[in-house]
Design a protein around this ligand. Sequence first.
Ligand code: PFF
Length: 461
Amino acid sequence: MSTENLTYADQTTTDGGTKIWRGKLTFIMAAAGSAVGLGNLWKFPYIAGENGGGAFVLVYLACILLFGIPLMMAEIGIGRSTRHNAVDAFGTLAGKAGANPLWKGIGGLAVTTSYLILSFYIVVAGWCLYYFWITANGTFTATTTVDTAFTGGTFESLLADPVTLITFSVIFLLITFAIISSGIEKGIEKAINWLMPSLMLMLAVLIGYSAANGNFEAAVNFLFNADFSKLSSEAIFIAIGHSFFTLSLASASIITYGAYMPAKSSITKTAFAVAGIDTLVALTAGLAIFPLVFQFGLEPGAGPGLMFISLPLIFSDMPYGQLFGSVFFFMLFIAALTSAISLMEPTVAWLERRFSLRRRTATFLTTLSLWVVSLGTVFSLNIWNSPVFFGKTFFDALDYVTANVFMSIGAIATAVFCGYVLKRPQLDAMFSTDPQAIPVFRFFIRYVVPAFVAVLVIAAL
Ligand code: PFF
């Protein structure tokens, strides 16, 4: 074969024996698929609602810009320059820098974080699948009177029913299993190439629908009018945690995907693109949901039930509500799926290498054990609805510990590692595509990220 006929991917697939994405845009789509998920569509609107809107949104945007983007650059660089899973990536870099090999513990923490998040993520994704099913079946349009008591009752009965919760989370888990076990190219890349464009299309349709049928002005006002008197320190803590969660940082996904990124793509442009898409989707989700909430005089701070209690009420009363409601929940399912893929890959990639397992075996073991852990979340919603940790149920504690504690520790440690432990030639190798970005990157990662995260966390505590 002459070199002229080689595609770019052909020239790089042999790099360190690790598979590299074929398409130039695959990394951006896969990382954006990881970032855009239930965090944007389900969590962001309700935490923005609970924390007063505008001022919270502003803090969240500042977090994305000040430490989200630098950390994303760091994680892509760590993955791509080593072409390893997160644990070995930290281990290899620490070894080359002559630092303590225990730094690979940060990789271990990140893999653990992704694994634990996935254990409850599949349960919430199961709710989305269930809601797609019942909305498409006409549950919210067939009955003559659909009111909050009805939609609230429907949601409560779902949470109270372990069998349905397990059934739908298992369906979701098996779909994730099927994609991951088919491999990086044939499974993940192929799925992402279909799922991401469909997701964007559905979101565009829904925002048009919402703008036509809802109170758009009230929504814009709520999301962008900053009233700092409503901002509590708890809200700041939540905004920091959420900025990590929404960008999939400190949880090994970006490092793992970075390992499959072509050597010639710019890290800076990619990080800005991924963070930009993620932020745009979160704001768009707010702009698709709140106009309807305000139009129908509902409570924006309704909490986690916003999506599952308030929205069905609205869909029951609107033109083509059954159709748009179904599209909405299907979109949530697709968004959750692209994130779940990225949450499972770090554990599978690590297991494959650590125990020399076949991909299928590693995926099977991960899936099976995840199912067992997910039962903790399922039961904490019904038969085990008692506080186990810090006065929180198992599910709430997992969510809190991963998004706020583990991710903050992981983020500060990653920043210190890149800013102080790695040697300059290692940074040069990491940023071979963007050498001009190194001084700014170094400044942010050395001073801004650790100081900001530490001060905000201390202030919030
Ligand atoms: N970013 C995803 C969301 O917003 O739903 C969640 C997530 C995916 C967190 C992957 C962490 C991760 F590694």
